[in-house]
Design a protein around this ligand. Structure first.
Ligand code: NAD
Length: 366
């Protein structure tokens, strides 16, 4: 257990600073209650960094990230920079920090908690109780494989889906280690009926699974899985995928939760782990104090779990968020159509989580 944790906060643009502030406050409450020493350093990324330093990821920010124990990111992106070429836009800072930190396993939970199921476009009886953790390989596959080209003379373009055995082994181990601490089931997704790379993926996952006799393994084709996730989301615990399939399926599974503002993520396995809510900078609501901070707060819980080994503290944040939602507190994005919802501001929502967190700790201590 790490008592001292140096956290780099890169809040970024739009609602990034608003939601990240609440996540940091929750971490500070955890530190005070548990006598932990969490040190926070703030550095710019994205549009704010372009304005201050002329680069979406200044060297000082990158160095601070590499020197930290964990990086907590808000969001990047601002309409102001839409005319710039992609390499100079705020989002380039995000891609660069992800690449420099080198995380190869992207963890994306998708869940339907009591009180949330009416937000999903799926029927409550289908989603209630669903709790899936996607483990998506992030540095290989079609997004990175060579050769890749758009040959305009031949009017032809190609990309390469490529994996090495070692790349599949390391991400598979992450999935099995996590499943061992959850409901002990891994569903590996591929397209082994068509793609050689998937045949290798399936054989490698099966080989690694031998080391985990307590964890059940099943294989699913990606096309069938796209349907199963919507039809029977409760059937899945840890879902292991290559890069492209995970990108698509984890977004699809976001509809189980029903709100982008609720979804956390972590990218682990590199030099320093990176934690970020799934949503973007939401320029349409930035500065209004109405952004949902719960995705950022749940991201902070992931940080404690995966960078500090503070399992109980992470679970206590998740329980507090669950309770706040169950008590009927909602951000505007979740309150649609729910007449009983107590709509709160970003800061009120954060305070509510901290209140419940501190109250739960006090009653546990009695
Ligand atoms: P977005 O996630 O910012 O917003 C999509 C919709 O969801 C908007 O209507 C927004 O108001 C709402 N929303 C998002 N987060 C919310 C929250 N916490 N609470 C309440 N409502 C919320 O996606 P977008 O509109 O496609 O992109 C806006 C900008 O963010 C773009 O510049 C894009 O490039 C960038 N972006 C960044 C990231 C990231 O930093 N990881 C991810 C996606 C998009």
């Amino acid at each position: 257990m790490a008592n001292k944790l140096n956290i780099l906060v890169v809040a970024g643009d739009g609602i990034g600073p608003e939601v990240t502030r609440e996540a940091v406050r929750v971490l500070q409450s955890v530190a005070e209650a548990g006598d932990y020493d969490f040190a926070f350093r703030n550095e710019p990324i994205g549009g704010v960094a372009i304005k201050a330093h002329g680069s979406p990821l200044p060297d000082t920010t990158l160095k601070a990230a590499l020197d930290s124990d964990a990086v907590l990111l808000g969001a990047v992106g601002s309409n102001e920079f839409n005319a710039l070429p992609p390499s100079q836009r705020p989002e380039a800072g995000l891609l660069k920090i992800r690449a420099e930190l080198g995380g190869f396993a992207n963890l994306r939970p998708s869940f339907a908690w009591p009180g949330l199921s009416q937000n999903s476009p799926l029927r409550a009886e289908v989603v209630e109780g669903a709790d899936i953790l996607f483990v998506r390989e992030l540095l290989g596959g079609l997004y990175f494989g060579a050769p890749r080209e758009w040959d305009k003379h031949k009017n032809e373009a190609w990309n390469t889906m490529r994996y090495t055995h070692d790349e599949v082994v390391r991400v598979t181990k992450v999935a099995f280690d996590l499943a061992g601490k959850r409901r002990k089931k891994v569903t590996s997704v591929d397209k082994a009926n068509v793609l050689e790379v998937s045949q290798m993926w399936r054989a490698t996952v099966t080989e690694v699974a031998q080391q985990y006799p307590d964890v059940a393994l099943e294989h699913q084709y990606v096309d069938a899985m796209a349907m199963h996730i919507m039809n029977q989301p409760r059937n899945y615990d840890v879902v292991l995928t290559e890069n492209l399939f995970g990108d698509i399926l984890s977004d699809e599974a976001g509809v189980i939760t029903g709100s982008l503002g609720m979804l956390p993520s972590a990218t682990i396995g590199g030099t320093v782990n990176l934690y970020e809510p799934v949503h973007g900078s939401a320029p349409d609501i930035a500065g209004k104090g109405i952004a949902n901070p719960l995705g950022a707060i749940l991201t902070a819980a992931m940080l404690l779990r995966y960078s500090a080994g503070l399992q109980e503290e992470a679970a206590s944040i998740e329980s507090a968020v669950k309770q706040v939602v169950a008590d009927g507190y909602r951000k505007a994005d979740l309150a649609r159509g729910d007449k009983s919802a107590k709509v709160s501001s970003t800061t009120e929502m954060g305070s509510k989580v901290r209140e419940v967190l501190v109250g739960n700790r006090a009653s546990a201590a009695r």
